[in-house]
Ligand binder design. Sequence first.
Ligand code: ZN
Length: 241
Amino acid sequence: MTLRIYSTDAYRRSHVARVVGVDADDRRVLLDATVFYPGGGGQPHDLGVLRIGDDLLEVVRVTADADGVWHWLEGAPPKVGTEVEAVIDWERRYRLMRTHTAMHALCGVIWARYGSPVTGGNMEPGRGRLDFELPDWDPEDRPELERALNEELARRRPVEISFLPRAEADRDPSLIRTKVSLLPPEVTTVRVVDIVGLDRQADAGTHVAATDEVGSVRILKVESKGRGFRRFRLGLDEGGS
Ligand SMILES: [Zn+2]
């Protein structure tokens, strides 16, 4: 298994690790520890490099399975036992952290106003989409909702990561709306991302440490997806700071 450094320290950009498994056919390696996020929960996997001495091997894809976190390489993989410096594309990752945290903040604001749970989502650096079952949506609400969202972000709410035993998470009323009960039964520890006072979700992704790091955001579009479902498109306001 791979120690998932990103899970407890999203700000680590690089780490010296050892190759503990090689799949030469697919040109991919397992590391004993990694800063690379393998994707999931709507957040794409990281990109970056493995540095071995003066050589750089580009990491083009990252996946996870029961063996650990696989780093898919552009070139021929190094041997088991090789020491590598794993370095993520930090600029891209940090934008994903800001985007991901903004999306959770929107979930919190929508829940507070409408009591509607999120039903799905996806993101790329700087842009996200979230689906809600929101039959009472009025398009006139959009400016006010965007204002409320930016106000919450500016409050510098801390974003805390914790790990709960499954049974406790299943009973946690603040997690029920994010359908923690639908996690596969083999999940015995649930990672919780808590934007303190605003939104709490079972989530594996990487987030900023406090909401003001997100900067300001825009609700770019709200689309109707039929039967009361609405799709929100959110963007970081890149010109903002
Ligand atoms: Zn999330």
